[in-house]
Design a protein around this ligand. Structure first.
Ligand SMILES: Nc1ncnc2c1ncn2[C@@H]1O[C@H](COP(=O)(O)OP(=O)(O)OP(=O)(O)O)[C@@H](O)[C@H]1O
Ligand SMILES: [Mg+2]
Length: 307
């Protein structure tokens, strides 16, 4: 690969959400601030949404690393679970033993006892759920019931939901109105601006071990921003391909042409915006035009005939 050629110690644009590469972009930094502030308030649900590839899982991992010691964390990365499985997942994350052969009521009791015990040790429990748009409807209710558990002064569990915009669509439904009311803080991740794409690319390249500035020229950055629409995962895909092209040519700098070629080779990138009218509309317009023209052309004959 191109590691040696560019002086990298590791691949700069891998798709894994690796916190080593984390850049506190304005949107990510704001989101982190909202999360930490919200956790301090000790209230119900916190929600972070963002389009596919905008860095939710990375932020989630960063939060797991940075959350203050006063919190005990339970993490559910794949929450497509039934309510029963959701309870087991929370219990096992909290390190509760003896979960085999107990019924749901006993399980709920064990969870409650553990939460009270942690609370007495001065610890609040935070349940962090990634991919929250995949939670089945009935399991949202199980989550809500966790946040019902409270002492006189504070909740025993706070829930942080990370999800794609579909999560907002689900939460907007009448079925989830009770849960929706309990969301006290929410944040929507934005894509990167052109300047932020430049910083992002530079940051990742530097973290991977390339020390000189200007590996991507300004034209390349502008196209990366245009084709990726500021979505970090797409910036990674395009940058990786562009670097491969430069390496193939034996070059030292990524330019517009490399990014354009990388974009052509990437299915999820829209190269041009073609305005295409629906086919039936086009056919309808043609038929109408022909009829109107036909009428005007034959008008002299019609008037002649009518005389
Ligand atoms: N602020 C950032 N700093 C460094 N890398 C980032 C940042 N934001 C996103 N990335 C990178 O972009 C890629 C996609 O991020 P991630 O997997 O977290 O997105 P996601 O929002 O969870 O996507 P999905 O909706 O598909 O789950 C990863 O390689 C991640 O490291
Ligand atoms: Mg993710």
């Amino acid at each position: 690969m191109y590691l040696y050629h560019f002086g990298f110690k590791e691949l700069p644009f891998s798709l894994t959400p690796n916190t080593h590469f984390y850049l506190p972009s304005p949107s990510h930094a704001e989101a982190m601030q909202v999360l930490l502030t919200a956790l301090k308030t000790g209230e119900g649900f916190i929600k972070v949404t963002g389009e596919v590839g905008t860095g939710k899982t990375l932020l989630c991992r960063k939060l797991l690393n940075e959350i203050p010691d006063a919190f005990e964390v339970a993490y559910i990365p794949n929450p497509a679970l039934s309510p029963e499985e959701m309870r087991y997942a929370l219990a096992s994350e909290l390190g509760i033993k003896g979960l085999a052969r107990i019924n749901q009521q006993q399980l709920s009791q064990k969870i409650q006892m553990k939460l009270v015990e942690l609370n007495q040790q001065g610890k609040g429990v935070v349940l962090i759920v990634d991919e929250a748009q995949t939670i089945p409807w009935e399991s949202f209710e199980a989550l809500r019931l966790f946040t019902n558990l409270e002492t006189e002064s504070r909740k025993l569990v706070q829930v942080v939901l990370f999800g794609q915009p579909e999560l907002d669509a689900m939460l907007a439904s009448h079925r989830l109105r009770q849960l929706r009311q309990r969301i006290t803080f929410s944040y929507k991740l934005r894509g990167l601006s052109k300047e932020e794409v430049a910083q992002y690319v530079h940051h990742r390249v530097a973290m991977a071990g390339h020390q000189q500035a200007g590996l991507f020229d300004q034209g390349a950055i502008a196209l990366l921003h245009k084709y990726s629409k500021g979505v970090p995962r797409l910036v990674n895909v395009l940058s990786h391909k562009a670097l491969m092209l430069v390496y193939g040519e034996g070059g030292t700098q990524v330019q517009k042409s490399h990014v354009r070629y990388a974009a052509k080779d990437t299915d999820s990138v829209e190269m041009t915006r073609q305005v295409s009218l629906p086919l039936n509309l086009v056919i309808g317009a043609c038929v109408l035009t022909t009829a109107v023209l036909g009428f005007f052309i034959s008008w002299p004959y019609i008037t002649e005939y009518l005389k």
